[in-house]
Design a protein around this ligand. Sequence first.
Ligand code: NAD
Ligand code: IPM
Ligand code: MG
Length: 366
Amino acid sequence: MEKRIILLPGDGIGKEILEAAVKVLHVVEEKFNHRFVYETHAIGGNAIDRFGVPLTDETVNACKNADAVLLGAVGGPKWDNVPADIRPEKGLLKIRKELGLFANLRPIKAFASLLHASPLKEHIIKDSDILIVRELTSGIYFGKPSERRENGKVVVDTLYYERYEIERIVDKAFQFARMRKKKLTSVDKANVLESSRVWREIVNEKSSLYPDVEVEHLLVDAASMKLITNPSQFDVLVTENMFGDILSDEASVLTGSLGMLPSASIRSDQFGLYEPIHGSAPDIAGKGMANPIGMILSAALMLRFSFVMEEEASAIEAAVNETLSDGYHTADLQIENGTKLSTNEITEVITEKLQSTITGKKFSNV
Ligand SMILES: NC(=O)c1ccc[n+]([C@@H]2O[C@H](COP(=O)([O-])OP(=O)(O)OC[C@H]3O[C@@H](n4cnc5c(N)ncnc54)[C@H](O)[C@@H]3O)[C@@H](O)[C@H]2O)c1
Ligand SMILES: CC(C)[C@H](C(=O)O)[C@@H](O)C(=O)O
Ligand SMILES: [Mg+2]
């Protein structure tokens, strides 16, 4: 099957990890007899350097005409002082908005061989398997006005939601809960924010359509504590844009490293943008140290959700699992008696495993 994929490497380690994911996809193409056609475009800081903006209309159109998008990461100190409206991160927000990708899925499940790599106790994390469903195209990230006033003496950001934006993400979360353990935790700040009280009302209204799903509401401060003290209590966790951003980086601690977590940004059809949850890691960029696993697992999510290639997605996840079980890891993972590898070396091991275990053991992290 032929599929058109837009590659947006971005900045910092983005290019290194995206190259790794494409190497893995080449093996999938060969083994499963698919043809993936790639086109690379600029986003973030490198797009500012080349075009003066973090995302061009040409790139947006190329994405709109493709079957899926793979994105590395954007941003870095070089662009920290550019005007707010053309920051690298604005490019990322714009592509999510332009493509209508309102649902960001962030699965968090520790690989068995990495339980000891987390600073949390093994017995606390061993049964955890969480899907964070983060609202991605609205909330305080997009509300207007967002500006300084009176020479910077006053500053305002606006948390704005329209009802339908909350309804559609809550529906998505219920649907995923139905496919999993049928438990939905909605996280908000309803004791303070009006937007959260409306969010809570909508979750309660929607719950009558999904009577088989157990619903719980948590305030975000308590949820952030429970996420690392009793993570196995969660199944699907749905929340607004900024809370989801923060809670997912926190949850990555369960897996041993921020570099492990993939994500899928989707809408109601099969199109999606796939990217690891971490950033451009300027502190390690260009050193060959980046963990490519979050990016490689994002490519697996692309196969699963956009291309309905479940066997291929599971094969990648199984290859990653075997690589880690054999003790191979990058420097960000604290593993005793393992073999520390560079980005390219661990990618090589993963592609070799994929070659040999192509329809092998099932290991799905969603
Ligand atoms: N989706 C994105 O493109 C995205 C996400 C988050 C942050 N950012 C941007 O990235 C830049 C840096 O932000 P930050 O430092 O706060 O967050 P970061 O996620 O880039 O890095 C946080 C820490 O985690 C480490 N890390 C992250 N990914 C790793 C990987 N794959 N392998 C090994 N170590 C990894 C980094 O070295 C760093 O110590 C900022 O400009 C920020 O806006 C972009
Ligand atoms: C870079 C930034 C805009 C982005 C976000 O907050 O959504 C990032 O932190 C993420 O998690 O993808
Ligand atoms: Mg983030």
